[in-house]
Design a protein around this ligand. Structure first.
Ligand code: HEC
Length: 435
């Protein structure tokens, strides 16, 4: 049971469009859990043939034009200059020791893989490995993958590597080229036990199921999780001695943290990444579904349950509640919050709660992202209409009952001031011709 978790090739799955639509219709009620692979390399979506337009494509252009020079250092190669050029905070560092990457042979509990990210790019660094691993968020085609050779070069090149979709496009990424976060029990070497896997970790996953195969630094009270547990004996000990490896602020017991750019694997950074990766995959999926539906039918009316599931995720209504406060690094939270935008009363969707939930105003900050703003107009129109109904209290449905009237009002006010592309009726309800 220790085979590679994702190596099964799905390249033979090239279903005709009509079969996909029929299948999708069958699964509509459960879109969010839908696992079939989208035909992302067929004509309508053309993943591999589409040029990339995200942050890495932009950085490569600046490198080629000589506007940016990346200077590698002896310790981490291109890691730090790349983080700086992409404005990725070092404090986002996460450490994962399960052997779950294509560079798995070099990854272990004493030599975890480090991940760094912001809203547009994720960077994977494995000590001593010849390549940096990169996934970028492309507003049109989803996650795009690259490697960057660590060998010094006058013009370093991010090489687009579409075969990463072998693992990065599957049921675990909503069937689109996407980002992965998983949680496994591992043995002492970091090899995963597939029977214990959580397919896709996001903000709905109970903390008790998260972080198997990851290091976790920060405090979380009596809440249990699977982080920092290496080997079956450690998991067994957890049964008798809850949290014996929880609430850690120093990982020196496991490896030499001095070998990394930062000392820890921050609990809040983990929670943000888990929220973010799933929402980004969901946006890719919605964009792809809309494109297929617009081509086939000329409208997106059949995507109703998909948009409802998306709104439930966007508004955190199924988020796993925190039962004790969570504390991570303040430099991570401060840098994250600083990115704004803020309304005239200083409120931002990026403000943290960390007492009973992740964010204070539970509507994802990714509503400002290019992937959201660039969704096909007919779909965006429907999303805005429903979002407005929910936030103004015109939607009494049980699904959103977790949002109190006060929270709805706050989110409505923040969005109205900070999201420029909202339809007029958001700011001038009298202009709403459809009511
Ligand atoms: C054998 C399966 C596998 C292959 C092949 C693979 N990855 Fe991953 N990757 C994972 C898993 C699983 C994760 C989730 C983190 C973890 O558990 O290590 C991940 C996470 C990542 C992340 C963190 C952010 C994200 O997008 O999930 C990056 C960056 C990444 N991989 C880059 C790459 C690149 C670049 C390639 C191809 C050159 C690649 N990966 C190929 C399994 C794989």
């Amino acid at each position: 049971m220790q085979a590679d978790p994702c190596m099964k090739s799905r390249r033979h799955l090239r279903l005709p469009l009509i079969a996909v639509l029929a299948f999708a219709a069958g699964l509509r009620a459960d879109f969010q859990g839908s696992t079939h692979l989208m035909p992302f390399d067929e004509e309508t979506l053309a993943y591999s043939k589409s040029p990339d337009t995200g942050a890495i494509a932009r950085l490569q252009r600046r490198i080629d034009a000589g506007e940016v020079v990346l200077k590698p250092d002896d310790r981490f190669g291109y890691l730090l200059p790349v983080l700086e050029a992409l404005q990725i905070p070092r404090s986002s560092q996460l450490l994962v020791f399960s052997k779950t990457s294509f560079q798995r042979d070099r990854i272990s509990p004493s030599s975890p893989r480090a991940l760094y990210y912001n809203e547009g790019v994720y960077i994977g660094y494995v000590s001593g490995a010849p390549l940096l691993e990169v996934s970028a968020v492309d507003p049109k085609i989803g996650a795009v993958f690259y490697t960057l050779e660590q060998k010094p070069s006058a013009k370093p090149r991010f090489v687009r590597t579409d075969n990463c979709t072998e693992c990065h496009a599957s049921a675990k990424t909503m069937g689109v080229p996407g980002h992965l976060v998983r949680s496994f029990q591992t043995d002492e070497s970091g090899m995963v036990d597939l029977l214990t896997g959580v397919d896709s970790v996001d903000h709905r996953t109970p903390l008790a199921d998260r972080w198997g195969g990851w290091y976790v630094t920060g405090t979380h009270g009596a809440q249990m999780h699977r982080g920092n547990l290496v080997g079956k004996a450690e998991f067994d000990r957890q049964e008798k001695e809850p949290n014996h490896a929880g609430n850690l602020t120093d990982l020196g017991h496991y490896f030499d943290p001095g070998r990394y750019a930062e000392p820890g694997s921050d609990i809040v950074s983990l929670m943000v990444m888990e929220h973010q990766t799933h929402l980004q995959n969901f946006l890719t999926r919605l964009g792809y579904e809309s494109k297929i539906h617009l081509t086939a039918y000329g409208h997106v009316n059949y995507l109703k349950s998909a948009t409802e599931a998306f709104l439930r995720y966007l508004l955190f209504v199924e988020e796993a509640p925190l039962t004790a406060p969570v504390h991570g690094r303040t430099d991570f939270t401060e840098a994250f919050v600083r990115a704004g935008p803020r309304d005239s009363r200083g409120r931002s969707l990026r403000d943290f709660d960390l007492q009973t939930r992740l964010f204070k105003h539970p509507c994802s900050y990714l509503i400002y992202s290019d992937a959201f703003t660039g969704l096909p107009e007919p779909l965006k129109e429907k999303l805005y209409r429903r979002l407005h109904d929910i936030l103004t209290g015109q939607d009494p449905s049980e699904a959103f009952s977790r949002l109190t009237p006060d929270l709805r009002k706050e989110i409505l006010e923040i969005l109205t001031e900070t999201k420029p592309d909202l339809p007029d009726y958001w700011r001038h309800p009298a202009s709403d011709s459809k009511r």
